[in-house]
Every structure is written in C-alpha cells, then in structure tokens.
Design a binder for this molecule. Structure first.
Ligand SMILES: Cc1cc2nc3c(=O)[nH]c(=O)nc-3n(C[C@H](O)[C@H](O)[C@H](O)COP(=O)(O)OP(=O)(O)OC[C@H]3O[C@@H](n4cnc5c(N)ncnc54)[C@H](O)[C@@H]3O)c2cc1C
Length: 384
C-alpha cells in the first residue's frame, strides 16, 4: 500500500514514478537487501542503477537537471523503497538531504559545477554532523574549521556517517576557530581525495546493514572558500533546517518498514494453522494485526500532513517531529508484533520479519531520537 492517502489524486507523472519505484524495489532491491543483511555487498554497489532510475536526483529542481519532486512525492518514494529495502531508503534519504541543503544554501559555483550533476553516482553525498561526544546535543561539536588563505582547514572526527565510505561530497558541520565565544558554526563541503580525509568502517550494526556507516577523519583538510555552504556562523541553521525536513524522510522509512511487517504478518496469519484453525482466526492474533494497521495509517497521515505542509511552504518543526516520533515508534511496535505473530519462525534470519525488527530499531534513534522529538514538539507548543 502506498503512502499516498486514498482521497488524494496525484498527477500522472508523480503516480507513475512512485509505482515504478515500488516495482523496482520489490523486484530488484528486496533480494539484494536480504543479501546485504547477510554481509554480501551493500547499496553502494548499485549506485549507478539508482542514478539511472532518477533516485539520486529527486529533490534538485528541474531547472538544475533534477526531478524536482514535491516533498509528498519524495516521502512516498522513500516509503516504497523502505518496504523492500530500508537500507536503500536511508541511503537515498541522506544523499537527497545534502542535495536539498546545497540547493537552498550553496553559492553559484556549487550550483553550476556540482548540483547540475547531482543525479549521477559520482556525486554521492554524506552528511557529517554527529561526533563521538556530540549526538543529540549538536551544538557541542568539536570539529573545527580554521579560515586560511583561499578557504578553510577542517580538523576533527565525525562519527556514524551514513554513505561515508563511498561518498564524494561530505557536508560537514564545524565550529569556527577563534570566533567570538567559540560558538559560530559553519557548514563546509569537503571532497573525497582531499589530503588528510580518511575513513574507517563501523562494523557490526544491528540493522540496515546494506547502508555502510563510517567514521570520517579530518586531519587539516583544505576546503576551498566557495564550498562554504551558507554564511560563516550559519552552519547550525543549515544543519538543523535540513534535519527538520529530512525527519519526514526517516518517518517514511519507518512507515515502509511497518508496511512490510504488516504484510508479512497478514500472510502468515492466513496460512499458519494451530488448533485446527489459521492463527488469524484467533482474536489475540487479529488484534495485533488490527492495531498495526491502525498505527500504520496514523503514521502515514502524520507523514503526509508534514510533507504537504513543507510543499505549501508552511514547514513547521512540530509536524515533522510528530511524524518522525509517531512513525518510528509505531514501526518498532509493529515489527515487534510481526515477530510475535510468526512465533519461533520469526526469530530466525531466514524469516524477513527478523531483519525488519532489527531495521526498524534505528528509526527512533537517528536524525534525532524519540526523546529529542518530544522536546521539539513540546517546545514548539510552548511558543504558541
Ligand atoms: C546507523 C546510524 C547512522 C547514522 N547516520 C548519521 C549520519 O549520516 N550523519 C550524522 O551526522 N549522524 C548520523 N547518525 C548519528 C545519529 O543521528 C545519532 O546517533 C543520534 O542523533 C543520537 O545521538 P547519540 O548516538 O550520540 O546519542 P545521545 O545523544 O548520547 O543520546 C543517548 C540517549 O540519551 C537521550 N538524550 C540525550 N539528550 C537528551 C535530552 N536532552 N533529554 C532527554 N533525553 C536525552 C537520547 O534520547 C538517547 O536515548 C547515525 C547513527 C546511526 C546509529
């Protein structure tokens, strides 16, 4: 089932794109995602195919060669991807997030030389905000940028960087050295191949194993002045404004995972027989299915509302955080029930819900934990 509400009629192009992505994901990504989970390859191996499908250029405007998707279309596409491959959904989500930031904050040369090629696999991007000592408290980062002739030099270590092992571009939040009170931030676009830029893979993740995650080390890495994204001192605003939007993408990843769980649950409840009946006939089991269906619909409604708000230019943090909080927590509950409905069968790797249960877990952690979303929602309510 699509993320798009039944009463909404999309344009033919949007509808065709969402359907094509769904078919591609079911036919091609699902078997790959299962293999990636077993440690056989990763999403990075199929970037050219994702580029060919237009998936690496969803948010860049058509005037710059992108698909210029509305945010609701973008969310529906992330949902379709996540039903079959949660790892691909986050990969495209992070790459799109950086594209969106560049589109809104970068100068002319980045628009002309980078964004116009954004849809190709060679321009794969990563977003570097978190550090070992700085997660929820983004303003406590220690990575520094020093202004030098012709640009900046970055020193520090970024942690948990999705896409980090293969990306060409690293949108990196830094603290500007020697700025007043040491609290001015800047966002810099570092490029793979720069001296001093190195990577280490983070092994042993619980889920989304097809998405590789890295520690990115910056040892006096030079970044030319035209790769300052936004102004000096605007870095935190750049990073946080993008997180506000990309949370809808993570919510859509969560709803996709929940959709897959529900579908697995329903199929299994129809075929598994105990006490002479299919288990779906037992009210305890059908209640788990019904609760999951309701929570999934509620997730989709919140996501759609938040995405449609962004499209109308009425972006508000409360709606995006509500969508992220609810959809991610619901996905975890639904994944739990999916395993429960499968009994012992759901506890082994061969069964898809075992993977979905692990994949769902990250959605309430990254791009702001559930606790952080609650803080945002309450703070926004207090402003009214
Ligand atoms: C697989 C994966 C991929 C990731 N990808 C990226 C990426 O591409 N780029 C990037 O920059 N980051 C990325 N992250 C990092 C992610 O965004 C952080 O892990 C997340 O923001 C939480 O930060 P933390 O892990 O430091 O936890 P902490 O901030 O240390 O939080 C630990 C616990 O304390 C709670 N807590 C913290 N502060 C408060 C508070 N004020 N009130 C109540 N509770 C609080 C949290 O909710 C949590 O339960 C990724 C993480 C993972 C695991």
């Amino acid at each position: 089932m699509s993320l798009v509400p039944g009463h909404i009629t999309l344009g033919d192009d949007e509808q065709t794109l969402i359907q094509a992505v769904g078919e591609f994901a079911r036919n091609e990504l699902l078997p790959l995602d299962r293999a990636w989970d077993r440690g056989e390859g990763c999403v990075d191996d199929i970037l050219p195919k994702l580029a060919e499908m237009g998936l690496m250029n969803l948010v860049v405007p058509t005037s710059e060669g992108g698909l210029g998707c509305a945010y609701h279309t973008y969310a529906a596409i992330i949902h379709e991807l996540a039903v079959s491959s949660p790892a691909t959904a986050v990969t495209i989500g992070v790459h799109s997030q950086v594209g969106d930031i560049l589109e809104r904050f970068a100068g002319k040369s980045i628009h002309a030389n980078v964004l116009t090629h954004w849809g190709s696999a060679e321009h794969f991007a990563a977003f570097c905000l978190s550090e070992a000592g700085s997660g929820s408290d983004a303003a406590s980062i220690k990575t520094t940028a020093v202004e030098v002739e012709g640009g900046f030099r970055i020193t520090g270590e970024k942690m948990w960087v999705s896409n980090g092992l293969s990306a060409r571009w690293f949108l990196t939040l830094c603290r500007l050295k020697d700025s007043p009170k040491g609290n001015r931030f800047c966002a810099l676009l570092a490029e793979r191949g720069a001296d001093g830029l190195t990577f280490d893979e983070i092994h042993g993740k619980m889920g989304i194993r097809g998405s590789r995650t890295a520690v990115v080390n910056f040892d006096n890495v030079f970044v030319p002045a035209d790769r300052l994204i936004g102004g000096k001192g605007q870095g935190l605003e750049v990073a946080l404004s993008s997180l506000g939007k990309s949370r809808v993408g993570i919510a859509a990843q969560a709803s996709g995972i929940a959709e897959a769980c529900l579908s697995e649950m329903v199929s299994y409840a129809r075929e598994r027989v105990q006490f002479g009946k299919t288990i779906g006939k037992f009210q305890a089991v059908s209640n788990m299915i019904a609760d999951s269906a309701v929570e999934l619909e509620a997730s989709k409604s919140l996501i759609w509302r938040a995405a449609a708000g962004i499209d109308r230019g009425e972006f508000d943090r409360r709606s995006t955080s509500m969508a992220k909080l609810y959809a991610s927590e619901a996905a975890n509950r639904i994944a739990y029930r999916a395993v429960q409905v499968h009994g012992g069968t759901g506890y082994v790797q061969e069964c898809r819900v075992e993977q979905l249960y692990r994949d769902a877990r990250i959605t309430s952690i990254y791009e702001g934990t559930s606790e952080v979303q609650r803080i945002v929602i309450a703070r926004e309510l207090e402003k009214v």
